[in-house]
Write a protein that binds this ligand. Structure first.
Ligand SMILES: [Mg+2]
Ligand SMILES: [Zn+2]
Length: 251
């Protein structure tokens, strides 16, 4: 019975995904499905789904999907996960990009991902300046907690995947597991900032590897988290493999 309800829930979400994926509200079939546990994956955007740009992605022409990211998201969708994107976009506060353009980029991104078979249920972004001290800019957990409240998410098996230690910290602050990918800023973030994380986290090469690890349950294994963390840390201390790692991460 639960399997049937689960399939119905997935099917209803997928219908939403073919329309306005960003703003589609979750559709609940019954009170029982509302309490059904469906794990959620929170994704950072820049450096995880698309190439990072030091000057912000200012329009759709500058948005470049990282190799394999759409397929990785599709794999999560097909495995039944709910997928939420949480991204800091301080370029809005700086006047580099209008909020309407940010939202246009997110709609096009969600449409492209839907064409690949993935479903982004909603995109949250923080438009505030770095020094605004808002509660939504990562490493604060505000966007994760808002998504939980607005979408009725069960965070007990949730994971945050990002390329910055601020993503890892936001996930840990919200009480969920965190994965750092080595695409985008990941290599330098791990090398220079891994000690800023206030808990264990998993390190994977890219979103594809993160998804494989999550599907295998490695993100909940403290031994694999710690092993990854210390093996990479000692690697950086002993050798200058930073560039090589960055090249491998984008494979
Ligand atoms: Mg990022
Ligand atoms: Zn904010």
């Amino acid at each position: 019975m639960m399997d049937i309800l689960f399939v119905l829930l997935r099917a209803s979400r997928n219908v939403n995904c073919k329309g306005l994926a960003m703003f589609a509200p979750p559709v609940y079939i019954s009170n029982r499905t509302r309490s059904a546990r469906v794990a959620t994956i929170f994704l950072d955007r820049d450096g995880v789904i698309n190439e990072n740009r030091s000057d912000y992605v200012k329009n759709w022409q500058e948005f470049r999907f990282l190799p394999g990211s759409r397929e990785a998201i599709a794999r999560l969708t097909q495995a039944g996960y709910r997928i939420i994107v949480c991204t800091n976009q301080a370029g809005v506060a700086r006047g580099s990009i209008p909020a309407s353009t940010v939202e246009d980029i997110h709609q096009r991104m969600a449409d492209e991902i839907a064409r690949a078979g993935g479903c982004i249920e909603k995109v949250y972004y923080c438009p505030h300046a770095k020094d605004a001290h808002c509660s939504c800019r990562k490493p604060m957990p505000g966007m994760v907690l808002r998504a939980r409240d607005e979408l009725g998410l069960d965070l007990s098996d949730a994971v945050f995947v990002g390329d910055s230690i601020s993503d890892v910290r936001a996930g840990l602050a919200a009480g969920i597991h965190s994965v750092l990918v080595l695409t985008g800023l990941g290599v330098e973030q791990l090398r220079d900032h891994y000690h800023e994380a206030n808990g264990p986290f998993l390190v994977t090469m890219n979103l594809k590897h993160a998804v494989e690890s999550i599907l295998q349950g490695l993100h909940v294994s403290e031994s694999s988290q710690t092993a990854f963390k210390y093996s990479y840390a000692s690697l950086f201390e002993r050798a200058k493999y930073t560039d090589a790692l960055g090249a491998v991460a984008s494979l």
